[in-house]
Design a protein around this ligand. Structure first.
Ligand SMILES: Nc1ncnc2c1ncn2[C@@H]1O[C@H](COP(=O)(O)OP(=O)(O)OP(=O)(O)O)[C@@H](O)[C@H]1O
Ligand SMILES: [Mg+2]
Length: 425
């Protein structure tokens, strides 16, 4: 019996579900959001792949930096899929870097994902001595306790020494050697190397990012330079520049790709691919719920924030589903704009801190398109700079204001988010 699917209003457009989902794409044919929905970014992918191939037998380290929602995670997932096709080992798994990390903990997590990646791609490698030695350490890293040990006599060829550790803090004693043995094993196999994805530098506060940077620097020779091992770090522009850019020893070994907004023509292709993929009836025509001009107009508001754009499309289209007579036309920006404005205004009204909302409104009423600094906002709001900083923190967390990457500017600049520009613009 075919699976029974509840009808949704999207069926009116020959769609199984909302085509405006905001999650990143994932590998696997069975996925609801498969990577074959990926569009564009050919230059960026080529550059990243060249960085990996170009390393030959050595290692490589690259960072992908970009604004929130611009498509960083999805790009690296596509990169991993391509690397896999080229004979590298990779998995969907990614290694988070956490605020309270220590070198041992981060090393343990990386070793653990490296172990998983090899095992997932080469299920028969589990018996290999290097893998068995690694397993002892991975167990300690994951469970926090160990006590297991492997003696050099028990294991045999390819492994330089036995391992015996019982606590995570000892991981750095044997760990780097075990990692090197793993990579020697990989290089001796049919695989080209291993690609690891370290994500979410952006979740670190500024001081955490500085610390993460110094942890990576400490681990540089122990973890980052093993031949055949390829790292991609992902985070917002500021997070990447603080983590890898502020340490000379790191800056010299990591090359950074700054991800620009996806071109609007690619955004149209992205949506077309989603409409096609989500068809209910393969034979019935693909129907776009919304016209191209509306997408282009909203694209301008969100300036590269694809997640924000997709959410606005979903928020704007969903309430109108089924309300348009006969559905013989796609929705226009004139249909969407009032829905979005009243929805986002209602969300603002519901915020507990209405003082902040008044400040936002003042900015929006005066100059919605301009960038501001803490100083110019202090003048606009007639409050002290520390108070401005607090207000901004709140408005950024709520998604109404974006901080621009610092770059060479002396003062951080702020702009209204796409949602705010929709309300006030
Ligand atoms: N090249 C692309 N092709 C198709 N869809 C994409 C592409 N890039 C991004 N998307 C879609 O845009 C949305 C945001 O992408 P993604 O999650 O990768 O952004 P991000 O930069 O990692 O965001 P965050 O800053 O929140 O981590 C997702 O729904 C994703 O599927
Ligand atoms: Mg992401």
């Amino acid at each position: 019996m075919p699976p029974r699917v509840l009808p949704t209003p999207w069926n009116l457009y020959n769609l199984q579900a909302s085509p405006f989902f905001q999650e990143s794409l994932e590998s696997g044919d069975k996925s609801a959001r498969p990577l074959n929905l990926f569009v564009g970014r050919r230059t960026e992918l080529k550059r990243l792949l060249d960085g990996i191939h170009g390393a030959g037998e050595n290692s490589s380290r690259q960072a992908v930096a970009g604004a929130p929602g611009v498509g960083k995670t999805t790009l690296v997932k596509e990169l991993k899929a391509l690397a896999l096709e080229n004979g590298y080992l990779a998995t969907d798994e990614l290694v988070p870097i956490l605020g309270d990390d220590t070198p041992e903990r981060l090393f343990g997590r990386v070793l653990s994902v490296l172990y998983d990646t090899i095992l997932a791609n080469r299920p028969n490698s589990g018996d290999n001595p290097a893998m068995q030695a690694a397993q002892v350490l991975v167990r300690v890293a994951r469970l926090g306790t160990g006590g297991a040990s492997i003696s050099a006599f028990g294991i045999g060829a390819g492994v330089t020494k036995g391992v015996s550790i019982s606590a995570p803090k000892e991981l750095l004693l044997d760990g780097p050697r075990v990692m090197r043995d793993l990579m020697t094993m990989v290089r001796a196999s049919d695989a080209q190397g291993v690609l690891l994805h370290l994500n979410n530098l952006e979740n670190l506060s500024e001081s955490d990012a500085v610390r993460a940077g110094s942890i990576l620097r400490d681990l540089r020779d122990l973890m980052l330079l093993h031949g055949g091992l390829h790292y991609v770090f992902v985070g917002t522009t500021d997070a990447v520049s603080i983590t890898v850019g502020s340490q000379p020893q790191m800056r010299s070994i990591v090359s950074t790709l700054v991800l620009e907004p996806l071109a609007v023509s690619d955004v149209h292709l992205m949506l077309a691919a989603r409409y096609r993929h989500l068809r209910v009836e393969d034979h019935a025509p693909v129907r776009s719920p919304i016209d191209d001009e509306a997408v282009s107009t909203l694209y301008e508001f969100f300036r590269g924030d694809l997640r924000g754009l997709l959410k606005a499309l979903e928020d704007g289209v969903t309430p109108l589903l089924g309300l348009e007579e006969g559905l013989d036309r796609a929705l226009t920006i004139a249909d969407l704009r009032p829905v979005l404005q009243s929805r986002y205004a209602a969300e603002l009204d519901a915020l507990p801190e209405q003082g902040r909302v008044e400040q936002l409104a003042k900015w929006g009423a005066q100059a919605p398109g301009t960038v501001q600094t803490q100083k110019s906002l202090a003048a606009l709001w007639k409050i002290s700079q520390p108070a401005v900083s607090q207000a901004l923190g709140y408005l950024i967390r709520q998604g109404y204001v974006n901080a621009l990457p610092r770059g060479s500017a002396r003062q951080v600049q702020y702009e209204l988010s796409g949602a705010s520009r929709l309300i006030f613009g």
